[in-house]
Design a protein around this ligand. Structure first.
Ligand SMILES: [Zn+2]
Length: 56
C-alpha cells in the first residue's frame, strides 16, 4: 500500500510523490457521455521520475 508512494529513483515520499493520469497509454474506459478513465502513474516532484505502480 505505501510502497507506491516512494520514488524508486530518489526515495522521496508523499507529498512529493503524486498520482497522475497516464495519458501516453490508451484509456481503460471510454464511453459516450463518460470521461475517459486512464491508467495511473506516479510522478516524483523531487527528481521528476515517473513510474507505474505494480498494482495497476
Ligand atoms: Zn524521485
Amino acid at each position: 500500500m505505501s510502497e507506491k508512494w516512494v520514488c524508486p529513483a530518489c526515495g522521496a515520499k508523499k507529498p512529493m510523490v503524486k498520482e497522475i493520469d497516464d495519458k501516453s497509454r490508451p484509456p481503460i474506459i471510454t464511453g459516450s457521455g463518460m470521461r475517459p478513465m486512464y491508467h495511473k502513474k506516479m510522478q516524483c516532484g523531487n527528481c521528476g521520475h515517473e513510474w507505474v505502480p505494480e498494482e495497476f
